[in-house]
Design a protein around this ligand. Structure first.
Ligand SMILES: [Zn+2]
Length: 606
C-alpha cells in the first residue's frame, strides 16, 4: 500500500466510463451485512492463536500455529480489503469508518494476544526454530521471517516486557487519527474573492490546479494562503500531534535498544543507515542545480519574486485533456514492445472493476494501489484529465502489477514486498511513459511541457522528498537531544532547509513554514518519504540499463518484481542493477537533472 498525493479536480463526471472506472468490491463481500457476519469469526480465531502460548516448542503445535495464523490473516485481508476501500470511497460515511475502526481495534487485540510468539521463538533458540522451519515446504516459507527475527533478537524483549508494550498497541494509531481529524474531517473549505471579483472555493484537492492556472501573482498568494490557513491556525495542535509521533518513535527505539529512531526504522528491513545519509548528502550538496532550474523558470515565467507555490506554473502548456480511458491507452502504447509478461501484468492491473478513477464528494484524495494476498489489487485515483494524472495512472499500475507478480510467484509468507522496493515498480513505469511521450512529441510546446514534467518529477520525487526526509531526521534529533517540540522548533527546520535547497525565505509566505503539518506521510508513516527518492534513483538506474541494452537488465528487473518480500530490499535493488550503498547511484539522478535543464534551456532559448 502506498499513496502519492497529486492534485485533482472535483466533480468530473463521465457516465459512459462509469462501469469501466469504478470498483467492484463484491470480490470481498456482497454487502456490509455479509462483512459484519464474517467479522464474528475473527475473535475466536484470534483466541485460538492465543491458545498456542507456551506450546511452540512442540513441532506439531508449531506447525498448527502457522497454519492457523495463515487462515486468520486470510480472513483479515478479506475484512480489511472490503472495509478500508469502501470507507475510502466516502470518508464521510460514519458507519463504515466506525466499522473500519472496530477492525483496527481487533488488529491491536491480535497484536496483544500473539505478542508471546517472538520471545518464545527466541527462547527456543535459532537452531531449534531453524530445524522446525526446514522440516517441510509449508514451514520453509517462514524461513526468511525467522532469519530476520534472529537478526533482530537483541531488540526483542522478554515476554513480560513485550506484553506491556503490546498493551500500548491501541495508542499507536492515535496520532494518525488526530491528524485525520485535524487535516481532513474537521476541515472547512475556504472561500476567497479573486481580483476579478470571482468567488472561488479553495479545497485541498483543487488548489494546486488553481495555482497552476492563475496568472495574477496576488491571486496566487490568496489561493496559497487559503490552502495553508488551516495549518497556521492549528499549528499548536498539529505540533502536539507530531510530537506524539516523535515520542512514540523515541519510546520504541529506547525500549528496544536501538541507537536512534532512524536506526530502528531502517533496521527492520536491514537497510544500512548509509543509504539514508548518502541520499541526504547527495541532495544537500547538489542544490545549485535546483537554483539554476528556478532561475530559468523565474526568467521565462517573467516573475518578479519566485514563491514556493509558483512551482505549479507551467512554462508551456499542452492543453490536451486525457480521459481515464485515453490515459490507459497511452500507457499501454508506452509499454508496447517490452517483455510480454510485463505488458500482461500492467494490463491486468488496470482491468475493469479494479480502478476507481474519478474524484467524488467525500472520497479520499490522492491516489494509491492497495494489494492484499489472495486478492487482485485495487487502484484509487482522482483522475483530473491532466498529463500529470496520466503519470499517476502509470505509477499506480506499477504498484498493482508488482503485487500481481509477487502474489503469483511467492507463497503468502514471502509475498509482501517492502515500501522500499514498491516505489521502484511505480516510478519505473513513469520513466517508460515519459520517454515515450518525449519521443512522440512534435511541437516545441509539447517538448517544453514534457521536459518540465521530467524536471518537476525529479524536483518533487528526489529533492522535495529528500528535504522532508532530512526534516524527519532533524526533528527526531531534537527529541534525542531533549529539545522541546513546538511549532517554532519544527518550523525552524523547514525554514533552514527551504533556504538551503531553494534559496527561498518561506517566512515571507504566510503559512508555508507549517509545511511540516501539510505532509500526511510524516504523521501516518514516519521515515517513509525517503524511499520515494531512493526508489526513484534505483528505478532510473534500472531503466537506464534496460534502455542501454545491458544484458539481462529486463530479466533482472522482472526478478525483482517477482521476488516480493523474499529478500532484503537493498539486495533486491542491487540484484536488479542498482546499488544504493554507493553514492554513484544517486549521482545518476543529479546527472540526469543537469542534462534535462540543458535541454530545456536550449528549447526555451530557441
Ligand atoms: Zn507509489
Amino acid at each position: 500500500m502506498c499513496s502519492i498525493m497529486r492534485y485533482n479536480r472535483t466533480n468530473v463526471n463521465r457516465k459512459e466510463e462509469k462501469k469501466m472506472s469504478t470498483w467492484d468490491l463484491s470480490v470481498f463481500y456482497p454487502n456490509l451485512e455479509a462483512w459484519e457476519e464474517d467479522l464474528k469469526k475473527l475473535s475466536p480465531m484470534i483466541d485460538q492463536l492465543a491458545s498456542f502460548k507456551g506450546k511452540l516448542s512442540d513441532l506439531s503445535s508449531f506447525r498448527a500455529f502457522y497454519v492457523a495464523e495463515e487462515e486468520t490473516t486470510k480472513l483479515i485481508y478479506r475484512l480489511y480489503g472490503y472495509i478500508h476501500l469502501a470507507s475510502d470511497l466516502n470518508l464521510k460515511d460514519t458507519v463504515k469508518s466506525a466499522k473500519n475502526q472496530q477492525l483496527m481495534l481487533m488488529f491491536s487485540d491480535l497484536g496483544q494476544k500473539t505478542s508471546f510468539v517472538s520471545p518464545e521463538l527466541i527462547q527456543m533458540g535459532e537452531e531449534k526454530v531453524m530445524s522446525y522451519v526446514n522440516s517441510d515446504d509449508f514451514l520453509r516459507t517462514h524461513k526468511f521471517e525467522m532469519e530476520k527475527l534472529f537478526l533482530q533478537q537483541k531488540h526483542v524483549l522478554s515476554t513480560d516486557q513485550e506484553t506491556i508494550l503490546a498493551n500500548f498497541g491501541a495508542t499507536r494509531n492515535v496520532p494518525s487519527q488526530m491528524y485525520q481529524a485535524l487535516a481532513i474531517i474537521d476541515r472547512q473549505d475556504e472561500k476567497i474573492t479573486l481580483s476579478d471579483n470571482k468567488e472561488v472555493t479553495v479545497t485541498q484537492s483543487n488548489y494546486r490546479a488553481m495555482l497552476a492556472e492563475t496568472k495574477e501573482a496576488e491571486d496566487r498568494k490568496l489561493i496559497f494562503e487559503a490552502a495553508f490557513k488551516r495549518y497556521k491556525e492549528n499549528r499548536a495542535a498539529f505540533a502536539n500531534t507530531y510530537n506524539l509521533v516523535l515520542q512514540q518513535l523515541a519510546a520504541n527505539y529506547k525500549s528496544r535498544n536501538y541507537e536512534s529512531a532512524l536506526d530502528a526504522a531502517l533496521f527492520r528491513n536491514n537497510i544500512p543507515t548509509s543509504v539514508y545519509h548518502n541520499l541526504k548528502d547527495v541532495a544537500y550538496e547538489n542544490t545549485k542545480h535546483i537554483k539554476r532550474y528556478i532561475a530559468l523558470r523565474k526568467k521565462h515565467l517573467k516573475l518578479e519574486t519566485y514563491h514556493t507555490y509558483d512551482r505549479f506554473m507551467k512554462l508551456a502548456k499542452d492543453d490536451t485533456k486525457y480521459s481515464f480511458e485515453t490515459a490507459r491507452k497511452l500507457f499501454f502504447e508506452a509499454i508496447q514492445g517490452m517483455e510480454p509478461e510485463f505488458i500482461a501484468h500492467q494490463k491486468d492491473a488496470l482491468s475493469e472493476g479494479f480502478v476507481d478513477a474519478y474524484p467524488a464528494d467525500g472520497k479520499r484524495t490522492g491516489a494509491y494501489s492497495s494489494g492484499l494476498y489472495g486478492f487482485h489489487p485495487f487502484i484509487l485515483l482522482n483522475h483530473d484529465e491532466t498529463l500529470d494524472a496520466v503519470f499517476t495512472l502509470a505509477h499506480e499500475a506499477g504498484h498493482s502489477a508488482h503485487t500481481l507478480f509477487s502474489n503469483e510467484s511467492q507463497p503468502m509468507a514471502l509475498a509482501d514486498y517492502t515500501i522500499f522496493v514498491a516505489e521502484i515498480a511505480s516510478t519505473f513505469n513513469e520513466h517508460v511513459l515519459l520517454d515515450y511521450l518525449i519521443k512522440k512529441s512534435t511541437t516545441k510546446e509539447q517538448k517544453i511541457d514534457l521536459l518540465e514534467t521530467a524536471l518537476d518529477g525529479i524536483m518533487a520525487t528526489f529533492f522535495r522528498q529528500t528535504l522532508f526526509a532530512t526534516y524527519e531526521y532533524e526533528a527526531n534529533k531534537l527529541v534525542e537531544q531533549g529539545i522541546p517540540i513546538t511549532y517554532q522548533s519544527l518550523s525552524k527546520i523547514m525554514i533552514d532547509l527551504y533556504k538551503h535547497y531553494y534559496d527561498i525565505d518561506i517566512t515571507q509566505e504566510d503559512g508555508k513554514e507549517y509545511v511540516w503539518a501539510y505532509i500526511p506521510h510524516l504523521f501516518y508513516t514516519p521515515f517513509y518519504v525517503y524511499q520515494y527518492a531512493t526508489s526513484y534513483s534505483a528505478s532510473l538506474k534500472i531503466y537506464d540499463n534496460v534502455k542501454k541494452g545491458v544484458p539481462h537488465a529486463m530479466e533482472n528487473y522482472l526478478g525483482l518484481l517477482k521476488s516480493g518480500g523474499s529478500d532484503y530490499p537493498v539486495n533486491q535493488a542491487a540484484k536488479a542493477g542498482a546499488d544504493l550503498t554507493n553514492k554513484e547511484t544517486f549521482m545518476a539522478v543529479i546527472e540526469r537533472f543537469k542534462s534535462l535543464i540543458d535541454q530545456l534551456e536550449k528549447v526555451l532559448e530557441e
